[in-house]
Design a protein around this ligand. Sequence first.
Ligand code: PAF
Length: 286
Amino acid sequence: MTETTDARVAPTIADVRSRVRDARVRGARVALVPTMGALHDGHLALVRRARELADFVVVSIFVNPLQFGPSEDFERYPRRLETDLESLGALADVVFVPSVDEMYPNGPTQTRITGGEAATVLEGASRPGHFDGMLTVVAKLLNIVQPDAVMFGQKDAQQVFLVRQLVADLNLPVSVESVPTVREPDGLALSSRNQYLDDEARTAAVTLSAVLKDASAAAPRGVAAAQAAGIARVRASGAVKLDYLAIVDPGTFRPVDGAYRGEATVLIAARVGGTRLIDNASIVVG
Ligand code: PAF
């Protein structure tokens, strides 16, 4: 059970549904911002965008066990509801904070949403099962809240792609909004996992955005040049352990070949100290 007296908090599915129903009766347009909490300015950008698009904003905070692998940071993932509620201020009308039992009363769901080929590459290859767990909880949240619009951060580009595919494949009546990544002044993309970084790792973490910048600058000379520029920056830094650096077609999430021209997405995942970080950027391959 969620321990708080904050009136915005809805701890049960019945509670959030009833508040959304009341808002609908008043004619409100509803937006949902799904999060796992440990909110930072990147999340607040999503909530501000939700406020622009809707009259009634639901923020969900749920650390979803289904999307964590056995050796991942589910137990350690930061949980700090009171601070999150403070940062949300008046931006959220309802904060849906279900327990694991509320979301999964019979244990992990038998029914799963799978994302097909695009869910098995990049993050999907490094984190088997992650996207099935993410898509399953997003489908549940969409069914519970039934919003007009749902917000996602572009920092998780593959997640956004898969949610758009889910919504299109299953004809879900919701508009998926993607909000640009918010960065620290030195370029590091905001992430709840940045708080795992010690001073040395924090300094090294800027390598991810620097790699994207170098790949983007080289992209007018082609895919191979962009890839080589990114790899050169990883080597020069020496401080991060690269998982992947990939350039994909944003329409399919398939890797582009050497002859590709046009808009592409460059994605990086790397370990910095003990922490795995991801980032991406849109580039134009010439
Ligand atoms: O991006 C996240 O924080 C999570 O994957 C999400 C969308 C809240 C689902 O648990």
